[in-house]
Design a protein around this ligand. Structure first.
Ligand code: PDD
Length: 278
């Protein structure tokens, strides 16, 4: 049985019990992180913990994160995960009588961690099939909250239509996707939505922008409008789960089969992974 982490203890999953009055259950009141491991080594862990700290602060959840830094490696070890894996960490506002206002400040957050073996879908590297979705999410998409109903609906609709991802369009702008950030390439320039309350500040997104900066690949953080997509030479998605994955089609319209800029970024990204998780 899986060994999981709950509130300071490593224990078998079946013994990890949480109250039904946990705010994560009654209000979806929590934040989370997903960290990738390659060769049994967590990738960009500090960056993920940095974002987790920011999200806790924005949510006014007072969790002490320092002791959690050992959790990913310990979960990998306890579960014999020596190859590719994903680590999930979730922090909720804790258990309290149901009330819309926050529980008393002495309430302990609930902290849960899980790791599992992960094999990327080989179809992703061949090109993502995407659909456009109206972005009906709330206006704080910069916080990685566990309330993921619109993302889940869009992911499900994409699946039912034979697609891999839904691209969220708000005010005509392709903001991001259900679990990834969105990039387009036009005129040789890499473009992605600027950081705002409408997108998650993706860790993979930041690495890709750093790589562009470092290797002289022209880029701009500027809105990409859905109406511009037919002119895009290339488009790709970035996520802890996908790494960097080319987009093959949007709403049934194929993008050019050759995507040299995306290919270059994919190989630069792989070099970073090799360096960090040898
Ligand atoms: N999601 N945008 C959204 C809405 C996301 O949920 C994610 C990640 C990203 C990419 O962020 P990063 O590069 O830091 O993984 C962008 C995770 C993987 C998930 O929900 O499973």
């Amino acid at each position: 049985m899986n060994t999981v982490y709950l509130n300071g203890q490593f224990l078998p999953e079946a013994q990890a019990l949480i109250s039904p009055l946990d705010r994560g259950f009654t209000y979806g009141d929590g934040v989370y992180e997903v960290i990738r491991a390659y060769n049994g080594k967590p990738f960009l862990q500090d960056e993920h913990f940095g974002r987790l700290a920011d999200c806790c602060a924005k949510m006014r959840i007072g969790a002490y994160l320092t002791p959690l830094h050992e959790v990913p490696a310990r979960l990998l070890e306890a579960n014999g995960l020596t190859g590719d894996a994903l680590i999930y960490l979730q922090i909720t506002r804790g258990t309290a009588p149901r009330s819309h206002v926050f529980p008393p400040p002495e309430t302990h957050p609930t902290i849960f961690g899980l790791a599992w073996q992960f094999t990327p879908n080989p179809a992703w590297a061949q090109g993502m099939i995407t659909i456009l979705e109206p972005d009906v999410r709330w206006s704080r998409c910069d916080i990685k909250v566990t309330s993921l109903i619109p993302n889940s609906f869009s992911a499900q609709r994409a699946k039912e239509l034979g697609a891999h991802e839904g691209l969220f369009v708000r005010d005509g702008v392709v903001q991001e996707a259900t679990l990834s950030n969105f990039f387009a390439v036009s005129g040789g320039e890499v473009r992605t939505a600027p950081l705002s309350n409408y997108i998650l500040p993706g860790i993979t997104r930041a690495v890709v922008l750093d790589l562009c900066r470092e290797h002289g690949i022209p880029f701009r953080e500027t809105p990409v409008f859905a109406t511009e997509l037919h002119q895009a030479e290339e488009a790709f998605l970035t996520s802890t789960v996908y790494d960097v994955a080319p987009i093959k089609s949007v709403e049934g319209r194929a993008l050019p089969a050759e995507h040299p800029v995306t290919d270059r970024i994919v190989s630069l990204f792989r070099e970073v992974v090799r360096r960090e998780c040898r």
